[in-house]
Design a protein around this ligand. Structure first.
Ligand code: ITT
Length: 197
């Protein structure tokens, strides 16, 4: 199987589109946005992997192209892993990033352990292939929001490692990509693609 020149990304989140573009274009893979008229299915799976597969299958079927999708979120140890797969709707259906983050900061103590998880689905119907790649990124909850980069829960996520007390939203794009759950899942995808070509 040849490494694809382009992949359709099944998302309506422009931040994910930008991150996947940054992560894949240096490897010769163009990321194509999902056409507006294609509807993504409801994310009613119980796991990140199930939801990612639902999205990637829908995009692959509708476009007749190889597609990827990520279902991602944040798990708080102090909340027994919540919000997890419900991260996008933690503060209710249609909640904004700001509302979801405010709820997390009101329920989990500052300094408590967090984990970002990304399940990345790859679906190529022509080749009969469906694969899931998982990336994780550990950190802690900041006591206050800082930074303007990234999205979602990034302003209050202090990644483990040598980043001082900077939140994910204060890291450069390159720094985030190197350690993020999404960056790690993409590395797994790239390793598999090159091993199977
Ligand atoms: P699509 O389903 O259209 O891809 P979405 O934003 O709804 O877009 P998810 O269902 O995967 O995506 O929900 C992901 C949730 O986790 C959402 O609340 C994000 O803000 C948050 N999240 C995921 N990755 C993140 C990251 O890198 N930084 C901050 N928050 C992130």
């Amino acid at each position: 199987m040849a490494v694809p020149e382009s992949l359709v990304l099944a998302t309506r989140n422009p931040h994910k589109l930008a991150e996947f573009g940054r992560l894949l274009s240096p490897h010769g893979i163009t990321v194509q946005a999902l056409p507006d008229d294609i509807e993504l299915p409801p994310e009613d799976g119980e796991t990140f992997a199930e939801n990612a597969l639902l999205k990637a299958r829908a995009a692959a079927a509708a476009t007749a192209r190889a597609a990827i999708a990520d279902d991602s979120g944040i798990e708080a140890l102090a909340l027994d892993g919540r919000p997890g797969v419900r991260s996008a709707r933690y503060a209710g259906p249609g909640a904004t990033d700001e509302q979801n983050l405010a709820k997390l900061m009101s329920e989990a103590p500052a300094g408590s352990e967090l984990r970002y998880v990304c399940a990345l689905a790859y679906v190529d119907r022509g080749a009969g292939i469906e694969r899931i790649f998982v990336g994780e990124c550990d950190g802690r909850l900041a006591s206050e929001r800082r930074g303007a980069r990234g999205f979602g829960y990034d302003p209050a996520f202090l990644p483990d490692g040598d980043h001082g007390e900077r939140t994910m939203a204060e890291l450069t794009e390159r720094e985030k990509d190197e350690i993020s759950h999404r960056g790690r899942a993409v590395m797994e995808l790239l390793t598999w693609l090159s091993a199977s070509s």
